[in-house]
Design a protein around this ligand. Structure first.
Ligand SMILES: [Zn+2]
Length: 71
C-alpha cells in the first residue's frame, strides 16, 4: 500500500517595502525609529522617520546602555 501525499503548492514570498516598514519600531529612549536587519545582527536608526503608529520598543542600543542583556 502506498500513501498518496498531497503536493503542497508553495506561495511566492514577496519582500516589498511595506513589509519592511512594519518591522520598524520606535524607541522612546533615544526618540528614534529603528529596525534590525534580517539576521538581527545590525541595527539601523532612522532619525527623520514618521513615528505614527509605530510600535514602541526600546532599541537594542539603549538596552545595552542600560546594561540589559540582549538575546
Ligand atoms: Zn534607543
Amino acid at each position: 500500500m502506498t500513501k498518496r501525499v498531497p503536493v503542497k503548492r508553495r506561495k511566492k514570498v514577496s519582500y516589498d517595502g511595506k513589509k519592511a516598514d512594519k518591522a520598524i519600531k520606535y524607541c522612546e529612549s533615544c526618540n528614534r525609529c529603528w529596525e534590525t536587519d534580517h539576521m538581527q545582527k545590525n541595527i539601523n536608526h532612522y532619525k527623520d522617520f514618521p513615528t505614527y503608529k509605530k510600535e514602541r520598543k526600546v532599541c537594542m542600543l539603549c538596552k545595552k546602555i542600560k546594561g540589559a542583556h540582549v538575546s
